[in-house]
Write a protein that binds this ligand. Structure first.
Ligand SMILES: Cc1ncc(COP(=O)(O)O)c(C=O)c1O
Length: 374
């Protein structure tokens, strides 16, 4: 049996008419960039997020640095995040001209460890950038408390957690802005690149909207800016998919529960930790081998048996060759858990359109590997 890592075409076929209708609407409107479909999606995504504003843009990385720039964060400023995230989290800090301060993650959730934040704060610190890694919210109440105490901005990197929530909080409630990616493989993914900021902050909305479109508030009027727009065809795809995202995330949770029930007796790897009361949206289902030396062989075993397992992310940011390339960077404390995560992680196939027999096949092969380790 072959089990792919992604289900893009299955998802398209599932709601093909809704997507095709939206694309046809855009094509016949003749307005392909910042046209009516983009405006419609902007409104829908702000409503979905429970925020005053949404600012669609070119991709999730841009959503992060546009937010930083809109808040006036740049050269001489420091932004704190965790070392075990997708590279773009730190990259966005560098694009804005600021220094990335990397700290360790919580050993269970793999999200930023709030207990490590205070030691990283200096007079240059301007913001904390928690990542809702794998689709589970970081401990936002603890982060917000520190941010309030030290008067710091909080920018949520929510590329992986659209529609996730905490036990007592929603995404966007305890921060100044939330940046999201719509790249193909995200829970809410378009057919190319896309991203958005959602916020209640008027300055972020106003300045980011200017920055993403050549600093232009009106035709022929410009200040310094960039080009980072979500085109209307992608907005149409996203508008169609947004109506289904909650149900699709519920389906991901069912597959996660099936994996966890099937794999719970395994001795050679650890299963992902889901925080009680949190809505985890399972962008990724990540197990960790107990023996780091066996991780790559385990991935190969799965791949050899037709299972497209991957790793997210097997090289932590500070371990990338050449780090930090002359950019501002500081590492605070040992990064023990981030490095363990990088050395041991394996992502199993996870998307709503998986089939029970595919999940069961992945479970069976993981258990076969596990038995052979004894
Ligand atoms: C945690 C995280 N941050 C930022 C990004 C950047 O998003 P994009 O690829 O749309 O630029 C991604 C995904 O790619 C991500 O997973």
């Amino acid at each position: 049996m072959k089990v792919g890592f992604y289900g893009h075409t299955r998802q398209y076929q599932r709601i093909q008419k809704e997507i095709d209708d939206n694309i046809a609407k855009v094509l016949s409107s003749g307005e392909y960039v910042h046209g009516p479909m983009n405006k419609q999606f902007e409104k829908e995504f702000a409503e979905f997020s429970g925020t005053k504003y949404a600012i669609p843009c070119g991709n999730g990385t841009d959503a992060l640095w546009l937010t930083l720039m809109a808040l006036g964060i740049g050269a001489g400023d420091e932004v704190i995040t965790n070392a075990n995230t997708f590279f773009a989290t730190a990259e966005a800090i560098w694009i804005a001209g600021a220094t990335a301060v990397l700290i360790d993650c919580d050993p269970l959730t793999k999200c930023i460890d709030p207990a490590k934040i205070e030691a990283a704060i200096t007079h240059k610190t301007r913001a904390i950038m928690p990542v809702h890694l794998y689709g589970q919210c970081a401990d936002m109440p603890a982060i917000k408390k520190i941010a309030d105490q030290y008067k710091l901005w909080v920018i949520e990197d929510n590329a992986q957690g659209v529609d996730a929530a905490g036990d007592t909080f929603k995404i966007g409630e305890l921060s100044d802005a939330v940046a999201t990616s719509f790249i193909i493989q995200k829970n809410l993914g378009c057919f190319g690149d896309g991203g958005a900021i959602v916020t209640n902050n008027e300055q972020v909305n106003r300045v980011a909207k200017l920055l993403r479109a050549h600093g232009s508030p009106a035709r022929n009027v410009h200040s310094f800016g960039f080009n980072s727009r979500l085109d209307d065809i992608q907005a149409g795809v996203l508008s169609a998919k947004l109506k289904h995202i909650h149900a699709w995330n519920d389906e991901r949770a069912q597959w996660a529960a099936r994996y966890t029930a099937g794999l719970k007796g395994a001795a050679s790897f650890d299963l992902p930790y889901a925080k009680p009361g949190y809505r985890h949206v399972w962008h990724l289902y990540v197990i960790e081998t107990k023996d780091a030396a066996k991780r790559d062989a385990f991935v190969k075993f799965l791949n050899d048996h037709g299972i497209d397992a991957k790793t997210h992310y097997s090289i932590a940011i500070h371990q990338q060759p050449g780090f930090p390339w002359g950019k501002g960077a500081r590492i605070v404390g040992p990064l023990t858990h981030a490095e363990h995560n990088a050395a041991t992680c394996i992502s199993l196939p996870m998307y709503p359109e998986l089939k029970p027999e595919e999940v069961d096949y992945v479970v069976a092969k993981c258990l076969e590997w596990d038995r052979a380790q004894k």
